[in-house]
Design a binder for this molecule. Structure first.
Ligand code: COA
Length: 291
């Protein structure tokens, strides 16, 4: 039986050990078992989480993260991984059973078949699906056609945070996580190694009001991401989302990126339509389970 222990915060050593487990799982499964937000919460000093460690024979065999702040629907959201060496020994089931069961949601990144079996066994069903799409950008990309009066410039740290947060909140008021992005969240990301204001494109109207934005991210020299695209609801459906997406893709291409990926909710018809029309195809999908 795995030995389970809970922590409000990980020490540097625990975080390193859990990081190795996540890397081993990613190598075996071809998909990262936890998202960027969990990685940030694993850092010493981070709050709002509960960490569950499962040990077998004195080694870390499983790790679960619970976001206790949760999503906008009041769900506690868990992400977990079992070390490839310790699979099919009941560690995953032990982790899931030990999680706070009330209003629980669990992500299965990449929709792993073992996760699906475990979810079914424990009475969970699929409640959300996040598609990962990708596009090769080595070839020419069309020139973005900006709606009348719109101009694009790069984000200026210390100046544009409030406007971005305002439009983001309006564009994503329906979204379980993205809509709550705060000025502090933006500032925290400005301190990340990958942050590049030149890849954070803002579209202003003739009255200098922010109409939309496209935040890009470079993961590796080869791989970029459409990190967030948001268009103010008053401006949606007028071609701005497509133009901003293209402008960001062209920026990523100029950074020599060969492929661009993005995440999109499977039921976000407008966004899926925009990306599909630009040539993005399905890569894989993360599945969220609930009861
Ligand atoms: C998704 C979003 C960025 C699209 O921006 P937009 O300015 O509304 O979209 P556009 O006007 O540029 O539309 C581009 C294409 O998608 C199509 N499209 C846009 N919205 C659509 C909808 N609701 N249903 C069907 N097709 C749609 C358009 O017809 C257009 O096709 P065309 O190029 O053949 O003319 C915008 O709706 C938005 O900010 N939504 C909320 C935030 C969000 O979901 N962001 C993406 C998260 S991954």
């Amino acid at each position: 039986m795995a030995q389970l222990s809970w922590y409000d915060e990980l020490t540097t050593d625990q975080a390193a050990e859990a990081g190795e487990l996540l890397a081993a799982a990613e190598k075996t499964d071809g998909v990262a078992p936890v998202g960027e937000a969990v990685r940030l919460r694993m850092r010493p000093g981070a709050t709002g989480s509960k960490h569950l460690l499962a040990h077998l024979n004195g080694e870390l065999a499983g790790y679960a993260h619970v976001d206790m702040i949760g999503d906008s629907g009041g769900h506690k959201v868990a992400e977990l991984a079992v070390h490839p060496k310790y699979r099919h020994q009941g560690v995953g089931e032990a982790l899931v059973k030990a999680l706070p069961q009330d209003s629980l949601r669990i992500w299965a990144h990449g929709g792993h078949p073992d996760a699906e079996k475990l979810a079914e066994k424990l009475g969970f069903r699929k409640v959300r699906e996040l598609l990962r799409m990708r596009l090769r950008v080595e070839n020419e990309l069309p020139e973005p056609e900006l709606p009348d009066g719109i101009t694009i410039r790069a984000f200026v740290p210390g100046k544009d945070e409030a406007a971005v947060v305002y439009v983001n909140h309006r564009a994503f008021d329906w979204h379980p996580e993205q809509g709550s992005m705060s000025i502090e969240d933006v500032r925290a990301k400005e301190n990340e190694d990958w942050f590049d204001p030149k890849g954070f494109l803002l579209a202003f109207d003739a009255e200098d009001r922010l109409a939309g934005f496209h935040w890009t991210k470079v993961h590796t020299p080869e791989l970029g991401e459409v990190y967030v695209v948001g268009v103010d609801p008053d401006r949606q459906g007028g071609g701005l989302g497509k133009a901003l997406t293209l402008a960001g893709l062209r920026h990523l291409r100029e950074q020599q990126v060969k492929e661009v990926m993005l995440y999109v909710e499977s039921d976000n018809t407008a966004a899926v339509r925009v990306y599909t029309k630009l040539g993005f195809t399905l890569w894989d999908a993360d599945v969220q389970y609930g009861r």
